[in-house]
Design a protein around this ligand. Structure first.
Ligand code: CUA
Length: 301
């Protein structure tokens, strides 16, 4: 476990499993007793004792204790965020995650499919959906919370150790539900601040002949109608913001490595990689053009 809430939920799970095992053992024990041990005539006194004791008192006691424990945890998991919490807005979309961080001036900067958090500081997620119900889940950090169209839900996590964790959508949301993953990187405070500062900046200018060509092709093919790359003419809002896409751990929401060849594959065969994805495949483009676009996107560190 890498978060306070995940630890509490894991403890709850262990106690519930233990309680369930206890009740199961009692029920099976009574069944064995009744069918194997005492096959003769019933002693009404013992029968009554078993029915009331093992059939009613024990389950009520065990389940009552577990219910009280679970309810006692609820306010703990729904506590208000501390004032210094990192605020992150995440929008579930078919089939990727739109991620927003607030700038100091109150405006927001958009990312996709990757969340970074500082260790030892709470993070508050504001969860929304752009289309259907998704469920936001980072198992090592906390519980899962539904993202419901037209409603805002929230979740707080407190990462306790650094590392890269995988998040997933935990509610079936259409064809490529299993292909919307999320990389969650927990960093030390200083590294996190540097990273966030870098995300606020515009995309770097292309530095080589290939990447210049890649950028020109990206703009000429109309990719900017759906994607934003801050610092260029591309300002679409339908798809993921690609300003620093080359600096992310994965592309396509956790399904391809961040490499020029993977970008080229993604652009040329989008729906083979992610069935029913909204983005049309640009398979009409020759391989060298796809490679150039891939090289440019990968250079957007
Ligand atoms: Cu989004 Cu399942």
């Amino acid at each position: 476990m890498a978060g306070e809430d995940a630890t509490r939920i894991a403890e709850l799970f262990i106690w519930m499993a233990a309680g369930a095992a206890l009740i199961w053992l009692a029920v099976i024990g009574v069944a064995v007793y009744a069918t194997r041990v005492r096959t003769g005539a019933h002693n009404p006194r013992i029968a009554r004792l078993l029915i009331i004791g093992a059939g009613a008192v024990l389950p009520v006691l065990v389940l009552g204790i577990l219910l009280a424990y679970g309810l006692w945890l609820v306010p703990e998991l729904r506590r208000p965020a501390p004032a210094n919490a990192v605020k992150v807005e995440v929008v579930g979309e078919q089939w990727w995650w739109r991620v927003r961080y607030a700038r100091p001036d109150g405006s927001t900067v958009e990312l996709a499919n990757e969340i970074r958090l500082p260790r030892g500081r709470a993070a508050e997620f504001r969860l929304l959906s752009a289309d259907v119900i998704h469920s936001f889940w980072i198992p090592p950090l906390g519980g899962k919370v539904d993202m419901i169209p037209g409603r805002v839900t929230r979740m707080i996590v407190e990462p306790t150790r650094t590392g890269v964790f995988r998040g997933a959508c935990a509610e079936y949301c259409g064809t490529s539900h299993a292909l919307m993953n999320l990389a969650v990187v927990v960093m030390e405070e200083q590294a996190f601040r540097r990273w966030l500062e870098h995300q606020f900046a515009d995309a770097p200018a292309p530095a080589s002949e290939t990447t210049r060509r890649g950028q020109a092709l990206f703009l000429a093919n109309g990719c900017g109608a759906c994607h934003t790359v801050r610092g260029t003419a591309a300002d679409g809002v339908v798809g993921p913001d690609l300003t620093h896409v080359g600096g992310r751990l994965t592309i396509g929401a956790g399904i391809l490595p961040t490499e020029p060849a993977a970008f080229a594959r993604w652009i040329g065969q989008t729906r083979r990689i992610k069935p029913a994805a909204r983005m049309p495949a640009f398979h009409m483009l020759p391989p060298d053009e796809l490679q150039a676009m891939g090289a440019w996107l990968e250079s957007l560190q």
